[in-house]
Design a protein around this ligand. Structure first.
Ligand SMILES: CC(C)(COP(=O)(O)OP(=O)(O)OC[C@H]1O[C@@H](n2cnc3c(N)ncnc32)[C@H](O)[C@@H]1OP(=O)(O)O)[C@@H](O)C(=O)NCCC(=O)NCCS
Length: 165
């Protein structure tokens, strides 16, 4: 599988290697790796196991040299993508991969909008990636939650990618 040209020239700080994006259901052979990536994104008052999410939800996965380094799983709704869990491999954070992953959800997978719910630890990440933020208040005792929403520019409809899983 070759890297989609749309990733060529994208800058991810301090990283080399061949970037590609997969989108769709994660095949059984890759599930454990993608689930491990998402472990840090499923903590909270009502954690589901990362494995269960990866087995049941569509995903967008950014790979470097065929290794998953960033992933989002979620539900498709009305042409958009509702993120259930999203994470970047620990050693590769703060290098632009999270932003790249969200752009891939919008542009490669072709969702018209992306929505996520998060807490105060990650809300600034979404804000810096261009999301509008709305507080949902203290949804759980002592935990304020935020709804994050971004319309996808220039991609009115879903289109298949050559990186489909
Ligand atoms: C949150 C997470 C996905 C960010 O990924 P990342 O690859 O480090 O993010 P990027 O490097 O693309 O950062 C994009 C922007 O967000 C900012 N940012 C990233 N994480 C941030 C944080 N925790 N707090 C504040 N700003 C943050 C970056 O500085 C950058 O801003 P800039 O371009 O204006 O300088 C990653 O830290 C992660 O996997 N965390 C654990 C799981 C998690 O919390 N998931 C989100 C909730 S589901």
């Amino acid at each position: 599988m070759t890297a989609p040209p749309r990733l060529a020239g994208r800058t991810v700080t301090g990283m080399s290697g061949r970037l590609q994006t997969w989108t769709g259901a994660v095949p059984a052979v890759a599930r454990a790796q993608v689930a491990e990536l998402l472990e840090d994104a499923v903590a909270g008052p009502h954690p589901e196991t990362a494995s269960a999410l990866v087995a049941s939800l569509p995903a967008v996965v950014v790979c470097v040299d065929d290794e998953p380094v960033a992933a989002a799983v979620g539900r498709e709704r009305d042409g958009g993508f509702v993120v259930r869990a999203l994470a970047v491999e620990r050693t590769r954070r703060r290098s632009g991969l999270g932003r790249l992953l969200l752009d891939e959800v919008s542009l490669v997978s072709g969702y018209r909008w992306v929505e996520a719910e998060t807490d105060r630890h990650s809300v600034e990440f979404y804000r810096r990636c261009g999301f509008s933020i709305t507080s949902l208040g203290e949804k759980y005792p002592g935990v304020e939650r935020f709804r994050c929403l971004r319309e996808s520019p220039d991609q009115p409809s879903r289109r298949p990618t050559d990186g489909r899983l």
